[in-house]
Ligand binder design. Sequence first.
Ligand code: PFF
Length: 487
Amino acid sequence: MTTSGQPRTQWLGRWGFILAATGSAVGLGNIWKFPYITGEFGGGAFVLVYLACIFAVGVPVMMTEIAFGRRGQGSPVDAIRRVVNESGRASAWSLVGWMAMLCGFMVLSFYVVVAGWSFSYLWKMLTGGLAGSSVDDMAAVFGANNANPLTLGFWSTLVTLLTMLIVGKGVQKGIEKSVSWMMPGLVVMLVVLIGFGMFSGGFGDAVSFLFSFNAGSLSSEGLLAALGHAFFTLSLASGAILTYGSYLPKGASIGRTTVSVAVADTVVALMAGLAIFPVIFANGMNPGEGPGLIFMSLPLAFQAMPLGTLFGILFFLMLSMAALTSAISMVEATVSWLCDNKGLSRPAASWGTGIVLWLISTLAMLSFNLGADWTLAGKTFFDWLDYLTSRWMMPLGGLGMVVLAGFILKSDTFRDELGLAPLPYALWLTMVRYVSPLGIVVIFVDALGVYQVSFAAHWPWLLGILVAMAALGETLSPRLRHALRTS
Ligand code: PFF
């Protein structure tokens, strides 16, 4: 129930939630960010750690978030407060919810700029503005696109407007429907690109870049980036999944739902890597090119392939849609909080949020032109938003949630909400108590430079320690023994 006494909206069953959560998860993170950070951090080792983070940290955190949302029936702040109160714990824990809400908002402030790139490339595809035959030509197009604050601002403003318009209209309509055709469409486009890549001459290099695991090659920074990206790509600790979880009907299985979303998200990211890197290697581009990577490489592929313009238009259309379905999920927490606590109507909450968002995102947009020199420690405002959210706020928020669920709250709450059989429940509990928090803490400590040893080179040890801790926990923890005995 909301404070106004109306029942909360619900998705049309588990399937509706899967569509919406997949729509949130699959976005620019998979197609724009995953390839470019994989390029920056050197390929295979990064990909392996990223996959480990998805399944060892991301999946348990996502289950926990959905359970918080459904149990607490509200925005992250309200839901977490209710759930902790139910266990007789202090409301101060809802700080975790505040951070998540803030994080979603901060992500959206730079996300609309990147989504704006996608929209502007769609426009260029439609109007023939992407002519050029070399990597340098494409780099020049990307540079020119960013140089003018008015045009770049136009596109990010357009994305902001569209996002707030959809959010203002309410949760169910639109979101589920658009995801159900956009997602398969995106996959088809990626298949076309991968097919093209196979004949481009760069496919072999791309596969070995992505999948050959070279242990020593990953820096502490890379480990933190892989962890952060696992959170980012699954939309975790930003209020999105938790708030969507509050619309999930009681009977739906949280475990199966989470695994479907995580698998779909991972498949799309890996496909994006396989679509993009062949073009990079075939054209002698630098994989560590940075945020412009896909915008400089893919147009070259579209130009070289038959029906390229058509495919290019479809691709940037799908990418823009994928960005929108993610963008709307980022403000859902804030809007739902404003509606529930301040008595605002959805449209009013949405436009109010939109104005603040527009101001901050304009600053982020200026990082590419007028404000390129406004840096702090070498990072622009745009870089700071990205860095603070995915490297720090998301993993810390996730840590807060698993610690709450694993150690602080009554075990009945999550056992009841997750509704798992004894074995999967014990597995989830082991993950949230030992594996996920330790993984997060280890990577943080490493990144802080407190422990000056390359973890990448010592992973067998670490894995051993994690397994031993889990086994120990399982024998000692009354909660786990209880779980196994009674359900
Ligand atoms: N998961 C989205 C992507 O990969 O593009 C990004 C995202 C969506 C992050 C929603 C955070 C969020 F709350």
